[in-house]
Design a protein around this ligand. Structure first.
Ligand code: SF4
Length: 172
């Protein structure tokens, strides 16, 4: 897999090109699969070797609407994390420093999939996105600000400016 250690990536944003939903099968946890089946019916899931996946139709995810995910409120964790991969150990000894990431008292090794359109072309510095990535990975939060969402880069910029203003107002 063409995974790049995060320190070798400068910026990222989702450009809503929709390529990832067309290219990849989305693995689900059993609880995610169950929740989705209860809400949307059993035909939205398919199993392969006992692992549940979002069903695909016409060469893309069944929930893709145009380029956008139509189930934002029920979006699986794998989709929220894409194109970031959080690992507990480096994939290669050479990545020990370039993928190393400290979150609270834990250490992770984070990679970015080079296939995503937004890698190194985004408006958000990579280090700003990673706390949200790890928090989603750990299940501490489900909401998204910087990771894949319906937001477009312009919206993300507005978001950063608003967040910065809010933080500044709080400090001053
Ligand atoms: S995550 Fe990447 S590949 Fe997927 S829609 Fe956004 S920019 Fe495109």
């Amino acid at each position: 897999m063409p995974l790049i250690p995060w320190k070798l990536v400068t910026t990222w944003s989702c450009f809503a090109c929709g390529k990832c939903c067309r290219k990849f099968k989305v693995p689900l946890s059993l609880s995610e699969a169950q929740k989705l089946m209860e809400k949307y019916g059993s035909n939205v899931i398919e199993f392969e070797r006992g692992i549940p996946y979002l069903k695909r139709k016409g060469g893309t995810c069944i929930f893709q609407d145009g380029n956008i995910c139509s189930i934002q409120e029920d979006k699986p964790t794998a989709c929220k994390l894409w194109p970031f991969y959080v690992k507990k150990a480096p994939l290669h000894p050479n990545d020990f420093f370039s993928a190393h990431y400290r979150y609270k008292d834990k250490v992770f090794y984070i990679y970015v999939h080079s296939w995503c359109t937004g890698v190194n072309k985004g408006v958000i510095p990579i280090h700003k996105i990673l706390p949200e990535v790890v928090s989603l990975y750990l299940g501490e939060q489900t909401s998204q600000i910087f990771t894949t969402s319906t937001f477009h880069p312009e919206d993300l910029l507005i978001n950063i400016i608003t967040t910065t203003k809010l933080v500044t107002n709080k400090i001053l």
